[in-house]
Write a protein that binds this ligand. Structure first.
Ligand SMILES: [Zn+2]
Length: 638
């Protein structure tokens, strides 16, 4: 049965109370007050980036109460030790101070107290990301994982929050955007909120400031957008476009998960990109120029990327916020939670984020195939895909994908990018073995019915079981090589069956991300030379950020971190390294002078042929009717 979240919260606040069995501690206090955990959160010093929190626990554990902050936030698989940002903490009861000490990186313990216990603490919030907290004179943002300590043993009861406005007069016109269920105060105002349990409390981030706010409706549910930061967004157009995306995903799954409202929280900055999914909202960071501008009608590359990000996080409403790996049910937020399934939760979501854009008519087939081509190019450019499987990439997200160093392209594969190709391959495989009657959409709907809707975690091989159920065939031999081994997903062959051609070519410049046919002739490409490096312009030279396995630079002994100052006696800067190598030609031996730290070193590099790792997809003409029908169904979702 599904009832609105806030209604569940109300019911549980009374049930939870009776089970704690400390109902007489507070004399005549109403029962619901006794098990309640409350927080007063104040952006106390925006200039110093400090939030002040006062947390009260009505009936602490008699032998000393343990409090903790999560070490990671769902959706971002890295141990971040949020408690490191607590700069000062004190505990007290009405009778006076209570001793509190740190137990480990995340936990504190107070001395025994037999009266309501209050913690007062300050949190340093100066990380402009969707994962933590940020506060200055312009706005405040926080996730509960950064600000709200959990009281051990009381996580399943209600948690009340009072948000106070900053006292700084410069912040007098601040408003609040959050989907945390409100119990007091005006819409968009500071006030009181209540979550049914700690999990809910930390799944509704809060934005405060002078944001632009507008609303549209999808599936009869209000969808709000709050844009913080300087911008000149065409809000009418954005509302119209987001509505199309939301309705496309809702129609694919058959229904919107039960919720009162949904909120896109957008932080517009000069340069930034990222998003984090939540149960009824998402926090996003984007370039302000990627937002649609008044008077511009076309979907620019930047706007397409922003729409893809919104589409991605909205798809997560089903896939990962409700359809979850068994390893995340329940979340264990003080240690790594290992699963081989991130390829399904991030890869399938990455597949549908762009597919949603063409299915709802915001981009055309050419634009969509360019996006797919870029994803394939991203995967093909790394040699790491020959060493790490998708399952391993998922499992090791904590120490590898989220901690990438200069050797990443040689050592790992992205469960986002290759995961999206796995999803594409599985989608087209299902179409192939069912004569075009079924698709990955059917698997997603089954996942929703069997797992998301009823809150049952997906077993490690659970996706394959559902693929088998949809097709009536055993998919093990098909998916095994690209999920559990290091083979590429056979997308070229599968795309060809639905009338989509695939060609490859070398990168023509450093900024060439693939997805297009390219401008060079085959003859020019055939003689082009390549160093096999990724670079970044620095002071008086070009820094090698990555030296790729199998490339010319690697063979010559160059290393990531080296700063190249001259090639064949000529100074190099910016993107010149790649362009000069292209012109000098394959087989040419060039002298490269580079600084390693402060030592000048000389290398002889024999230029190689560049890898054909930029991929271009196109619609084939003259395809037969059944092929055309499958292709049309794929791109339309009908
Ligand atoms: Zn994601």
């Amino acid at each position: 049965m599904h009832v609105p979240k806030w209604l569940v919260g109300q019911a549980i606040s009374f049930i939870g109370l009776r089970f704690h069995g400390r109902e007489n501690r507070l004399g005549s206090a109403p029962m619901s007050e006794q098990s309640l955990i409350s927080y007063i959160i104040e952006p106390s010093d925006p200039s110093a980036h400090l939030f002040r929190v006062q947390m009260t626990l009505a009936s602490p554990t008699p032998n000393g109460q343990v409090f903790s902050l999560p070490a990671w936030i769902p959706g971002s698989y890295l141990i971040r030790e949020f408690a490191k940002n607590i700069v000062r903490i004190e505990a007290s009861t009405d009778s006076g101070p209570v001793a509190i000490k740190k137990l480990d990186k995340d936990r504190f313990k107070t001395d025994p107290a037999d009266a309501p216990l209050t913690l007062s603490y300050e949190i340093y919030a100066w990380d402009l990301s969707v994962r933590t907290a940020h506060l200055d004179q312009n706005h405040g943002f926080f996730n509960g994982t950064s600000l709200c300590l959990a009281a051990e043993g009381y996580e399943s009861g209600p948690h009340r929050v009072e948000l106070l406005p900053p006292s700084d007069s410069k912040c007098a016109d601040w408003k609040v955007a959050t989907t945390l269920p409100r119990t007091g105060g005006e819409s968009l105002g500071f006030g009181t909120f209540e979550a049914k349990d700690y999990d809910e409390l930390i799944d509704h981030p809060v934005e405060m400031g002078t944001f632009t706010h507008f609303v549209f409706e999808a599936a009869g549910v209000p969808h709000e957008v709050a844009i913080t930061g300087r911008h000149s967004c065409d809000t009418e157009r954005l509302a119209r476009d987001l509505k199309l995306i939301c309705e496309s995903h809702i129609s694919m799954f058959g229904e919107l998960p039960e919720m009162e409202r949904y909120l896109f929280m957008v932080m517009a900055v000069g340069s930034g990109y990222g998003g984090l999914e939540h149960r009824s909202s998402t926090a996003l960071i984007c370039d302000r120029d990627d937002l649609p501008q008044v008077g511009v009608e076309k979907v620019t590359n930047g706007y397409r990327q922003f729409l893809g990000l919104c589409s991605h996080e909205y798809f997560h409403l089903w896939n990962v916020k409700r359809i979850k790996p068994a390893a995340f049910t329940p979340y264990r937020l003080n240690e790594e939670s290992y699963t081989e399934l991130l390829w399904a939760f991030e890869g399938i979501t990455s597949y549908y984020d762009d597919l949603g854009l063409i299915r709802c008519g915001l981009i055309d087939a050419k634009s969509y195939l360019e996006l797919v081509g870029r994803t394939v190019s991203r995967v093909y450019a790394g040699e790491g895909r020959k060493k790490q499987s998708l399952a391993q990439s998922s499992f090791d997200a904590w120490t590898k994908f989220y901690r990438q160093d200069e050797n990443a392209p040689n050592a790992i594969v992205s469960y986002y990018a290759k995961g999206a190709l796995a999803a594409l391959a599985i989608d087209l495989y299902i179409g192939r073995v069912t004569g075009g009657t079924k698709s990955l959409d059917d698997v997603m709907r089954l996942l929703w019915e069997r797992h998301g809707k009823v809150d049952v975690g997906v077993a490690e091989r659970g996706i394959e079981s559902l693929i088998n159920e949809v097709t009536g065939e055993d998919c093990t031999a098909f998916v095994g090589p690209f999920l559990y081994d290091t083979h590429d997903a056979p997308i070229e062959e599968l795309l060809s069956e639905i009338g989509v051609g695939v060609t490859t070519r070398p990168a023509e410049s450093d900024g060439d991300r693939g997805g297009t046919a390219g401008k060079w002739s085959e003859a020019d490409l055939a003689r082009a030379g390549d160093l096999g490096v990724k670079t970044k312009a620095v002071g008086h030279g070009v820094k090698l950020t990555q030296v790729l396995d199998g490339g010319a630079a690697r063979a010559a002994g160059l290393s990531a971190g080296d700063v190249v100052v001259a090639m064949d006696g000529l100074r190099v800067s910016g993107g010149q390294l790649t362009s000069r190598a292209r012109v000098m030609g394959v087989g040419t031996t060039v002298e490269v002078l580079a600084f390693r730290r402060d030592e000048l070193m000389r290398f002889e590099v024999k230029l190689q042929a560049p890898k054909r790792d930029r991929v271009f997809l196109y619609l084939k003409e003259d395809v037969d009717a059944s092929c055309l029908e499958r292709r049309t169904r794929w791109l339309s979702g009908a």
